[in-house]
Design a protein around this ligand. Structure first.
Ligand code: SAH
Length: 368
């Protein structure tokens, strides 16, 4: 598989120090041995970090005090500092704003539902994909997040959910890569993070791969590569319109990989993994909400993916500062849903959480 074109790779500057969550089980043992400690210290650390969501060595009282200091420095340096935490939707949505060691900002959002708890994580500080309706896209890319910086967002959310941040203590069940950044433009770190998130404790956080969704603008070579990783995560493709002419402006990477190429890659992903692909469609008033686009969307999805392998997730556009674009009126949205369904393709409307704290899809800008 060819590697991604250089233009999609962020500079390496500013990457954080290495951390336990960057390492596989085997690498953790090697790292501990390199510090002159017995291997079992690595397993102890893993049980604290991945099994109990504990990242503070001071609280790991089964480790001798001197060893705790040594391990903090070498393997558990604090990576993300909490800047603010806000909640809304009666406490069912919480947004965390983080600062990296170099000051870059990233956000994650924890959402409680009756049957599950989901964290939406960032994979990059900023984003280089420049979609005009997305707040993150307006600021450009600052840098990739490291594997551990991604895993830390999940570990923190898992601890918070367990400790009652959403009301009743809950188990974190879902992780969606729908925060800041294009996950497949930070490919290796994201895939490693998915492994850390899904491997059973104490190797990883033990969240089922079925509960993990990676959302992409449609970087075709990376979708194909992901299909070969043996990870049964759900792929979400941000399509937003079925025609190349409009998609060239709504999702600028469409100038490189066209709608048909992206849908064919989604089909290959579905074939390789047996998982239904989710098609994301932010419905924008008078921009992409026309009945003919709903019909064309249904037709193309049937053609490229067959109805068994696809599901459309409509997202009413969340307003972003400085944009004149808005969500479609309810009757227009309803007709769009009806038309997609009439073509035999499953279609649901995403519930928009976190709007008033700018925590909804596409609103993460991390200004502070
Ligand atoms: N870069 C990835 C993940 C980021 S965001 C991707 O594009 O898929 C997750 C979803 O939110 C994407 O489908 C994105 O297009 C959508 N989105 C971005 N801005 C939005 C907005 N203002 N309103 C609604 N959805 C938005």
């Amino acid at each position: 598989m060819s590697s991604l074109p250089l233009v999609f790779e962020a500079p390496r500057r500013g990457m954080p120090p290495s951390h336990l969550a960057d390492l596989s089980t085997e690498q953790r043992r090697d790292a501990v041995t390199a510090l002159g400690l017995p291997k079992f210290r690595a397993d102890q650390l893993s049980r604290h970090y991945f099994g109990r969501f504990e990242a503070d060595p001071a609280l790991m009282t089964d480790l001798p005090a001197t060893v705790r200091d040594q391990l903090r420095e070498a393997l558990l340096p604090p990576l993300l500092t909490s800047i603010t935490e806000q909640s809304c939707d009666d406490g069912a949505t919480r947004k965390m704003l983080w600062a990296g060691h170099d000051g870059v900002r990233a956000e994650s959002v924890l959402m409680g539902y009756t049957d599950r708890a989901t964290v939406c994580v960032s994979s990059q500080a900023g984003c280089g994909m420049a979609c005009p309706f997305c707040a993150t896209g307006q600021g450009g890319l600052r840098r990739n997040l490291s594997t551990a910086e991604i895993v830390e967002q999940v570990r923190h959310a898992a601890a918070a959910a367990r400790d009652g941040a959403l009301g009743e203590p809950t188990r974190l069940s879902n992780v969606v890569f729908m925060g800041m950044g294009e996950p497949l433009a930070n490919y290796k770190r994201v895939v490693d993070a998915v492994r850390r998130i899904t491997e059973p404790a104490p190797s990883g956080l033990g969240i089922s791969a079925r509960g993990v969704t990676v959302s992409t603008v449609g970087l075709v070579p990376a979708i194909d590569k992901l299909a070969g990783e043996g990870l049964a995560v759900t792929l979400a493709v941000s399509l937003h319109t079925p025609d190349d002419e409009l998609r060239d402006t709504l999702v600028p990477v469409n100038n490189r990989w066209k709608v048909a190429e992206v849908l064919n890659a989604a089909r290959r992903y579905a074939d390789a993994t047996g998982r239904r692909v989710s098609i994301e469609y932010a419905l924008i008033r008078d921009v992409n909400d026309h009945p003919w686009r709903a019909d064309l969307l249904g037709k193309l999805l049937r053609q490229h993916l067959t109805t068994k392998f696809v599901h459309v997730n409509l997202i009413p556009l969340n307003p972003t500062p400085g944009s004149e674009w808005d969500a479609s009126p309810r009757p227009v949205q309803d007709e769009f849903v009806d038309r997609v369904r009439a073509s035999g393709v499953a279609c649901t409307v995403r519930d928009t959480r976190g709007r008033e704290i700018a925590a909804a899809c596409g609103q993460l800008a991390a200004e502070s």
